[in-house]
Design a protein around this ligand. Structure first.
Ligand SMILES: Nc1ncnc2c1ncn2[C@@H]1O[C@H](COP(=O)(O)OP(=O)(O)OP(=O)(O)O)[C@@H](O)[C@H]1O
Ligand SMILES: [Mg+2]
Length: 245
């Protein structure tokens, strides 16, 4: 993990109908790190991810990604394509597993054997090669989530944003998905931001962990420090499950 920021956020706020739901003074996300974002429901975690994927424009403040400084203009497509999000309940196409995974490559104008090879490699990575020809709509929740992950990974993004990727999954699939996340980060250097309600998952996976409360960052620290020696009493309360919200 480097300490080169791939994202920088400064005084970034998001308001809906005059209500501020995100208010981040300062956050740097480092190239190649796994950053976990934890916090109660409604804290602004998904809103933060939408900003990182440029699906939303800040009401105020500055956001940079790589060499790009968001400034009202359209985000160049090649930069947008470096970032991809996997949501909690992904929607798959009513086609085969392989077609779902190939989709992003085809959008990028790729065809033929090259697509097949990369799709096979990616399905291997998520342990689903045996289901290549199966209709995606027939998959279990855990399998569907792994297809969604494969669909994101096949395009080799620089940044992978994960919004509660294992919520409601069985322990076997949770473990598999956590292994894939770790492997992709190690082997490809992919920067990963994972939003999770599960503090144990944050502790298992992340290099750094951030607590978001009512749209504000309470604490961002190395994961070990975050859990064993938090600076803010609200962090301590949250990780001990004592926070009332
Ligand atoms: N498009 C929108 N219009 C109005 N309010 C919104 C919009 N999107 C989000 N909000 C509000 O912003 C706040 C933060 O929402 P967000 O979805 O980011 O929370 P979260 O931390 O992801 O919660 P959860 O853990 O339940 O997924 C919530 O109060 C939500 O109602
Ligand atoms: Mg959310």
């Amino acid at each position: 993990m480097s300490t080169n920021p791939i994202f920088t956020l400064r005084n970034l706020t998001q308001s809906y109908n005059g209500r501020t739901v995100l208010d981040i003074d300062q956050l740097d996300i480092f190239q190649g790190e796994i950053l976990a974002v934890v916090g109660p429901s409604g804290a602004g975690k998904s809103t933060l991810l939408r900003h990182l994927n440029f699906l939303e424009r800040p009401t105020l403040g500055a956001l940079s990604f790589d060499t790009f400084h968001l400034n009202g203009e359209a985000i160049p497509l090649d930069l947008r394509r470096k970032i991809t999000t996997v949501f909690q309940n992904p929607v798959l196409l009513n086609r085969s597993v392989a077609d779902n995974v190939a989709y992003g490559l085809k959008l990028r104008g790729k065809n033929g054997e090259q697509v097949q090879r990369v799709v096979t490699e990616t399905l291997d990575l998520v342990g689903l090669n045996s289901l290549l020809d199966v209709g995606a709509k027939t998959l279990s929740g855990g399998e569907a989530q792994r297809v969604a992950l494969a669909r994101a990974l096949v395009i080799q993004p620089s940044v992978l944003l994960l919004d509660e990727p294992t919520a409601n999954l069985d322990p076997y699939n949770v473990k598999l998905i956590e292994q894939i996340i770790t492997q992709v980060n190690r082997e490809r250097g992919t920067t990963i931001v994972i939003v999770t309600h599960n503090v144990f998952q944050a502790r298992r996976l992340a290099h750094r962990t951030a607590l978001l409360l009512e749209g504000r960052l309470v604490e961002v620290a190395e994961t070990e420090k975050f859990f064993s020696n938090p600076t803010d009493p609200r962090t301590e309360a949250f990780i001990n499950g004592e926070m009332v919200y």
